[in-house]
Design a protein around this ligand. Sequence first.
Ligand code: ADP
Length: 255
Amino acid sequence: AKKVVIKIGTTSISNDCGGLNEEFMKHVASQIAYLHSLEKEVILVSSGSIGVGIDLMQLGCKPREIPVRQAAAAVGQNILMQKWMEAFSTYDLNVAQILLTYDSFTSRLTYLNLRNSISTLLEYGVIPIINENDSTCVHEIEATLGDNDRLSAMVASKMEADLLILLSDIDGLYDKNPKRHKDAVLLKTVSEVTPTIESYGGSPSSTKGTGGMRTKIDAAKICNIAGCHMVIANSSIQNAILKIMEGEEIGTLFL
Ligand code: ADP
């Protein structure tokens, strides 16, 4: 793969009560820096702003009200970017913040502008770091289910990426939620998203993450139409990104 979009889930980037897992961020930056040295084009999609904001504003764990979460996102986004900037500065790489809503893709003009600016950043060797603009999204559904899974697939599709990597707290897609069923079986490869595959989606068991597998399966459908492969893998695997790029079979590969 030449152009790759990497999405870091909430569960991977944040500690139990919202603070950022900075060690993990540094590890991600080191892998991306290595890919960069191989002339790969990497776009990062990072969740985590809401958790950081909740932490900073001392709102306790998990306030559910949407306006509070939107406020927390606005507070947290700065810190999230600052930490990414620090992580990448070790490798002399600049980062750029891009906040998107789903509307960014619906108008051809905004979408073309978006594509131009991301392409320009890549040309200049800057790492674009995308997040959903949680403080302005108007649809309640976006604010509650805003998960970055589908958003990252839309970015991958519009930027004509070859691969989308979703890093999560789980090894991949199982035939049922492995946190609830001990006998769940991990799927290594999914060649087509059938209704059976979709039924594995269920709803997320963690309170931190938002989309669970359902939104990841939706993302796979978007990627499939765009001719982009997608991998779901466990962020706790050492060098997961590099292993996937080298074709090692970790996680679930959607063809
Ligand atoms: P992220 O923050 O990385 O997007 P989520 O919490 O939204 O993570 O989604 C991952 C969670 O989805 C897993 O921890 C698991 O509890 C849940 N899940 C539900 N169904 C499945 C399934 N069939 N296979 C794997 N995970 C599942």
